[in-house]
Every structure is written in C-alpha cells, then in structure tokens.
Design a protein around this ligand. Structure first.
Ligand code: CMX
Length: 135
C-alpha cells in the first residue's frame, strides 16, 4: 500500500483556541479551517506546511477517542495520516497482510477526506490513518 504522501499529522490538544494561537504565533502558520466532526467527537483546526497538514484535535466528549487519549497520555502526537489512492482496496490489502483494522469501511472525516484507521497495536504503536480525497 504505497502512500502518495503524508496528508496530515494529528495532534491531540486540550484547548483548540490556545493551540491555534500557539501554532500561529510560534510558527507563523495560519489556521485555514476549524471543523467539528461529530462522528469522531472532535473539533479540528488545520494548517498547511508544504504538502502536509497539521490537524489539531480537541475532544468534544471525554468518552471519544481523543478524550480517552488525553486522559491517558496527555496532549501530544495522536496519529499520522497517509494519503492513498483507492482507499477501499488499500484497506483490503492491509487486512490481508495481517493488520488489524479499526475501520473496515472508510468514513467521512474532516476537510473532505474519506478516512480509515489501522490499530496502533498492529502498526508499531502508532495510530495510522489512511485517507483519500475523493474527487
Ligand atoms: N496512538 C497510539 N496508541 C494509542 C492511541 C494513539 N492515538 N490511542 C490509544 N492507544 C493505545 C492505548 O494506549 C492502548 O495501549 P495499552 O493497551 O498498551 O495501554 C491501546 O492503544 C488500545 O487501547 P484501548 O484501550 O483498547 O482502546 P481505546 O479505547 O483507547 O481506543 C483506538 C484506541 C486507537 C482503537 C481508538 O482511539 C480509535 O478507534 N481511534 C480511531 C479514531 C480516532 O482516533 N479518531 C480521532 C481523530 C479523528 C480525525 O482525525 O478526524
């Protein structure tokens, strides 16, 4: 499953507005979008760095994936997202290779992407998202 590039890096934050201010003031980046993804129980903010985005993630529910992550590990690197072509086929390939899928069918994520997660226990402890921008 060869990705075309790193689409984004997801970072779990306690407070989205404070984190946006930090990224804007320290790195001179401009947040181009804030979007709530109810399905994932997060509010997200996006920045572009070259070909890759930074996605800041604030939990909207302590029982959601980012809420639980912050409770257990605190703020920090949450996931890496690889951009792929034909995400359904790539999921099948990953499953055949023995990777544990969190999502066997892609769902709608933030910023217009179809997304699916691979379980960190089968990917060297890193939560990996594969995603595709469907035209
Ligand atoms: N990165 C690495 N490891 C992680 C992790 C992460 N982001 N989140 C959880 N883990 C670890 C846990 O620490 C735990 O490890 P230990 O057993 O060694 O303590 C292990 O994964 C399994 O954890 P769990 O308790 O069984 O499961 P959780 O309820 O914590 O769920 C996960 C973990 C990854 C399955 C869940 O967070 C998930 O389904 N994530 C996919 C969806 C998601 O993350 N959405 C938010 C982003 C949405 C977006 O980008 O739009």
């Amino acid at each position: 499953m060869k990705p075309t590039h790193i689409e984004h890096i997801g970072i779990a934050v306690g407070n989205l507005e404070n984190a946006i201010n930090l990224y804007e003031s320290i790195f001179g980046l401009k947040c181009y979008k804030i979007e709530e993804v109810a399905d994932q129980k997060v509010r997200t903010a996006f920045f572009i760095v070259g070909q890759t985005k930074i996605e800041l993630l604030e939990s909207t529910d302590p029982e959601g994936p980012v809420g639980k992550f912050i409770e257990k590990k605190g703020e920090g690197l949450h996931h890496i997202a690889f951009s792929v072509e034909n995400i359904e086929e790539k999921l099948l390939q990953a499953e055949k290779s023995g990777i544990r899928l969190i999502d066997s069918i892609p769902r709608k994520g933030a910023d217009g992407l179809d997304i699916a997660f691979l379980h960190p226990k089968s990917t060297t402890g890193v939560l990996i998202e594969i995603c595709e921008h469907k035209k």
